[in-house]
Design a protein around this ligand. Structure first.
Ligand SMILES: *Cc1c(COP(=O)(O)O)cnc(C)c1O
Length: 391
């Protein structure tokens, strides 16, 4: 069993992806070719954001947004320490200071109720991470940001395709008839908003194992702010506002035309993949509850879904459990074993005993095999093996 089954996905999409790659080889516009714009337009339409700017990776997306905000040295960006290193890494690289705020123990996402106490005169932005494919309390975070004049950057590397409904509409509005496409609506007509279109910026990654992946590195920035979108486009290509006119300092941060062609090919069944991920996540929850009573599952809040970039549970004695699963032929992974304030490069930004929920999660999280092509039989095998490993 593969931890993430990309082979079945390719088998299903082979003709489309191969044809799109061949088309790029034939027209030869490897940099900023027509597929780049086509993908950006398709993804902007999917998320509902006004602009999509494709970039070289999810990491580059974070960097370019922070550069567009023109951080001054010492400016602070509030984020979670329970994330992949790139989140804090790009804050530092952009000249900022990461300020770590703890997670909620249930969702492992940034705890919005702790943010306001961390805001200082130097705070410029809040960077919540949509960990495992579930967005944080974005309505609350956006409200705090609005009160303090801050930007919000969603690190949506793991959550492309996820939906957020947010606070329920007031009764009067709820009573009014509402339309909405079935793809975006819940039964009853309640409309959701997509991850990447929830704040000043949304940044995603097309690293192969993410919910929407390419066959190498790629990423995208989403925003509905025209000026910030223009800044990101310029920064992506060495700060050029026109050819050989370098208006600002930028980077070489473009996404290859070939990788955009791969993403376009994958969009053919992306909506199916998202619904399959949601169904597999629910099935994992139900099966694990029955087979492993007392197992702590990730909490998915009622007003949002989770696209399960990782299907992650919490266990004690993790290494022994992983070894038993490995012996049973079940691959697992840990996202992530150390919070960033316990990494040598970022330890200076918080006390060692800060963010206790992040420390506890890092010691206990375990990710199980997950992808849209995981079969029911494979899932049953994983659940049985985990029950045996814990029993
Ligand atoms: C994968 C990931 C990134 C980085 O994306 P790349 O495309 O690999 O650069 C950033 N943040 C989070 C939370 C991620 O999971």
């Amino acid at each position: 069993m593969d931890f993430i089954d990309l082979k079945s996905q390719y088998a299903a999409l082979r003709d489309n992806i191969n044809a799109r790659i061949q088309k790029v080889l034939d027209h030869g516009q490897y940099i900023l070719g027509p597929e780049v714009r086509e993908m950006e337009e398709a993804l902007a339409a999917y998320t509902g954001a006004k602009h999509c700017i494709s970039v070289a990776s999810g990491t580059e997306a974070l960097l370019i947004c922070l550069m567009a905000l023109e951080l001054r040295p010492g400016d602070e960006v509030i984020t979670s320490p329970f994330t992949f290193a790139a989140t804090a890494e790009m804050i530092v690289l952009a000249g900022g200071v990461p300020v770590f705020v703890d997670i909620e123990p249930g969702t492992a996402n940034l705890d919005a109720t702790l943010i306001e106490a961390a805001i200082t005169a130097k705070t410029r932005a809040i960077m919540p991470v949509s960990l495992y494919g579930q967005v944080a309390d974005m309505d609350a975070i956006n409200a705090i940001a609005a009160r303090h004049g801050l930007a919000v950057i969603e690190d949506a590397a793991q959550s492309f395709g996820a939906t957020y409904y947010g606070a329920p509409a007031p009764p009067s509005a709820a009573a009014a008839p509402r339309g909405g496409s079935p793809a975006l609506g819940r039964p009853g007509g309640e409309r959701g908003r997509k991850s990447c279109n929830l704040s000043t910026f949304g940044c995603t990654s097309f690293f192969p194992s993410k919910p929407l992946g390419c066959y190498g590195d790629g990423g995208a920035i989403f925003t509905s702010d025209d000026a910030l979108a223009q800044a990101c486009r310029e920064i992506r290509t060495h700060g050029q506002s026109q050819r050989y006119l370098h208006t600002r300092v930028g980077v070489g941060g473009r996404m290859d035309t070939l990788q955009c062609a791969v993403v376009l090919g994958k969009l053919e069944r992306f909506e199916w993949e998202v619904s399959r991920r949601l169904a597999l996540g629910e099935a994992y929850g139900a099966k694990l509850k029955a087979a492993v009573p007392g197992l702590q599952l990730l909490q998915v809040k009622a007003d949002r879904d989770c696209v399960w970039a990782q299907y992650t549970v919490f266990v004690d004695d993790r290494e022994a459990v992983q070894a038993r699963l490995k012996a049973a032929g079940i691959p697992t992974a840990v996202h992530y074993p150390r919070p960033l304030h316990h990494q040598p490069a970022y330890a200076r930004y918080a006390a060692a005993d800060a963010c206790p929920h992040s420390l506890a999660a890092a010691a206990r999280v375990l990710s199980l095999p997950m992808s849209a092509d995981l079969t029911e039989a494979q899932q049953d095998q994983v659940v049985a093996a985990l029950a045996a490993a814990l029993g």
